[in-house]
Ligand binder design. Structure first.
Ligand SMILES: C[S@@+](CC[C@H](N)C(=O)[O-])C[C@H]1O[C@@H](n2cnc3c(N)ncnc32)[C@H](O)[C@@H]1O
Length: 283
């Protein structure tokens, strides 16, 4: 099979949480220890450092700027070890769509923002829950709670690369968001980078996971893919680049959603019985 055909086939197959990509060692091992170095490696040997330590730490100033912009119930796609979800779960509720929950789903006198992390890595889910977030062990391409009702979807730390097909991911995010909902995506500093490649996770000793498709996009490239979206903001913080978008079109497909107030929390409670953590970043 040619390189392109193999990539296309893998994109078509990609989805389940147990697809043997991010869900396997050495990513899981790094998430459990909270330490790298860990890399995404392209077939040509090029390495992208995954910022495991930063992902396992508390949110930094750039993260807090992202959280400040979130509206309503927040879905963090590829939440990794969950620093954003955990911080949102501790934050006071602001949007009308938020409801009172504690991280374990129990009724709580304080009103916390509704935030759900999803990730295909069981280690990531475990770590998210351990630090106080709610999370579900599931791919973004599988059915999710409250589809069509999320106020904000996050694609942070390079997660616009999930699936290796930015257009397909953007279409999927449009299904998840409520009408007028917000997508906040992190991009690479070079605005014109538009790369799709097969990669695998590897550590310093050369231990390697299975190959999977991944994409890297700068802001200009993302905006070219997002022709059915309206850019509402762009900013940089801490050397990182972000863009906020709203979908132009109403949802094309019927949503499988259940109301976020009940379903998201219930699913998170189920997920909380399993779990663990950890992610990737830009070199
Ligand atoms: C670059 S890391 C992001 C780290 C994360 N944002 C953080 O704060 O630590 C990519 C994450 O996306 C997850 N992921 C990859 N494919 C996914 C998919 N199809 N659905 C959901 N999560 C996925 C990986 O397991 C990994 O945790």
């Amino acid at each position: 099979m040619s390189g392109t055909a193999e990539l296309t086939a893998r994109i078509g197959r990609q989805a389940g949480p147990d697809d043997g990509t991010w869900s396997t060692d050495p990513y899981a091992h790094a998430l459990r220890t909270g330490q790298g170095p860990l890399y995404l490696r392209r077939a040509d040997g090029w390495l992208l450092l995954l910022e495991i330590e930063r992902w396992c730490a508390a949110p930094d100033a750039a993260d807090l700027e992202v959280l400040r912009r979130c509206e309503g119930p927040v879905l963090d796609v590829g939440c990794g070890p969950g620093r954003l979800v955990a911080a949102l779960s501790r934050a006071p509720s602001r949007g009308a769509g938020n409801c009172a929950t504690s991280h374990n789903g129990a009724a709580d006198d304080r009103r916390h923002a509704v935030a759900l992390g999803i990730d295909v890595s069981e280690a990531a889910i475990t770590r998210t829950i351990t630090r106080g977030g709610t999370a579900l062990h599931r791919s973004v391409f599988e059915p999710l709670p409250a589809e069509g009702h999320w106020g904000t979807v996050l694609l942070i730390d390079g997660n616009i690369g999930i699936g290796g097909d930015p257009q397909a991911l953007l279409d999927r995010i449009a299904q998840l968001l409520a009408p007028g909902g917000l997508l906040i995506a992190e991009t690479v500093p070079d605005p014109d980078v538009d790369e799709q490649a097969l990669v695998h996770v590897t550590d310093a000793r050369g231990a390697a996971g299975h190959p999977f498709p991944w994409a890297r996009l700068g802001t200009s490239a993302l905006l070219r893919h997002a022709n059915r979206w309206r850019a509402v903001d762009q900013w940089t913080a801490g050397g990182r680049c972000f863009v906020a978008l709203r979908s132009r079109s109403s949802r094309s497909r019927k949503s499988t959603a259940e109301p976020p107030k009940s379903t998201a929390v219930t699913s998170s409670q189920r997920a909380a019985k399993r779990s663990a953590d950890r992610p990737v970043a830009d070199a």
